[in-house]
Design a protein around this ligand. Structure first.
Ligand code: COA
Length: 332
């Protein structure tokens, strides 16, 4: 779907934000003590210094509820969309449990799985609910305990991924007002699914032939190239649709996969380095939580403030990718 426009009457407008991280910090030094890698390799190749890891028994629903509760400081919600690829159970979806935890009653609640692009897909879904008049206020959460998919012995993936959750509360408003989301640019390329996947545990390979098949396998270099190309392409499409020049973008909030991916994409686009919002050094790649956590951190520390024009772009397994824009609103 290319840069579909929003409905003329109603838009989804950001009304609150929140984030949640597990307490446990895993440093590069801790990883280097048990795997064949070094702090220097991880820092220079990925930009990551440390990441958070969920405690045993701490789940996606736990983190999602904490981030969602923070975003609800901005008011109630009458629907909930959870972006995750690590639900608490394979079936059912985790969103209803998050809604119950938050005391939202019997609101519609469901998961969206577009892996690391999940939050942008979930924002688009929620915007559709609002512009279509199905809901007035939608809580959109991105949450993953992605370390549950990582082979603890794999030095290629252990340093990259971490756990966390982030959320935005959306309300019905007018297109063009500060905080209004859209247009959206969303894509997928299923023929390249094997570049980044967990082979077993689904309906095709129900029981792994080999225990490694229940973990994420990543072709890092190919994924790196795809991520840079697709996020740049999608960013350009959404900027063209909204009518912004590259120079109009104050903050570039890309999926926090690798600092070099973020910098290369910004450079392709012609964005200055200081427009790049990055918290990857402290959280690693938190999959669907990545963009809302970066937004929450930037809003909390003042990197992001009212009036900033923000470009959001994500890329993930599937493959999937997508972008949207908003002007950051004045929020209490
Ligand atoms: N420590 C030391 N060496 C490591 C390592 C580690 N933790 N992980 C991999 N290597 C080795 C590999 O075995 C390989 O060795 P070889 O050349 O002898 O086969 C080499 O490093 C790879 O080097 P290079 O290709 O130059 O690394 P890179 O600059 O491509 O960085 C990644 C590797 C994984 C950091 C990078 O490809 C990447 O970030 N890819 C995208 C991953 C991603 O974003 N995934 C999620 C998308 S949503």
């Amino acid at each position: 779907m290319s840069a579909a426009g929003v409905s003329p009457g109603r838009a989804a407008v950001v009304a609150g934000w929140g984030g949640a991280l597990p307490e446990r910090v895993v440093t590069n030094h801790e990883i280097a003590a048990r795997l064949d890698t070094t702090d220097e390799w991880i820092r220079t190749r990925t930009g990551i210094r440390e990441r958070r890891q969920a405690a045993p028994g701490q789940s996606t629903v736990d983190l999602a509820a904490e981030a969602g509760r923070a975003a609800l400081r901005g008011g109630r919600a009458d629907a909930l969309v959870l972006a995750t690829s690590t639900p608490d159970q394979m079936c059912p979806a985790s969103a209803p449990q998050v809604a119950a935890r938050l005391g939202l009653g019997t609101v519609p609640a469901f998961d969206v799985n577009a892996v690391c692009s999940g939050f942008v897909y979930a924002l688009a879904t929620a915007s559709g609910f609002i512009s279509g008049g199905i809901a007035e206020r939608v809580l959109v959460i991105g949450a993953d305990v992605f370390t549950s998919l990582i082979d603890p012995g794999d030095r290629a993936t252990v340093p990259i991924f971490g756990d966390g959750a982030g959320a935005l509360l959306l309300r019905a408003g007018a297109p063009g007002e500060p905080g209004a989301l859209g247009p959206f640019d969303l894509h997928s390329e299923g023929e390249l699914a094997e570049l980044l996947w967990v082979e077993a545990g689904g309906s095709r390979r129900r029981v792994p032939d080999d225990p490694g098949e229940r973990f994420l396998v990543m072709q890092g270099t190919a994924v790196f190239r795809q991520a840079c190309a697709r996020m740049a392409e999608s960013s350009r499409a959404v900027l063209e649709e909204v009518g912004w020049m590259v120079g109009d973008v104050d903050r570039f909030v890309g999926h926090q996969a690798n600092i070099r991916i973020l910098q290369a994409t910004a450079k392709h686009l012609g964005l200055p380095a200081d427009a790049v919002v990055a918290n990857i050094d402290r959280v690693g790649n938190t999959s669907a939580a990545s963009i809302p956590l970066a937004l929450s951190d930037a809003a909390a520390d003042g990197t992001l403030s009212a009036g900033h024009r923000v470009l959001l772009t994500a890329f993930g397994a599937g493959l999937t990718w997508g972008s949207t824009v908003l002007t950051w609103p004045e929020l209490p």
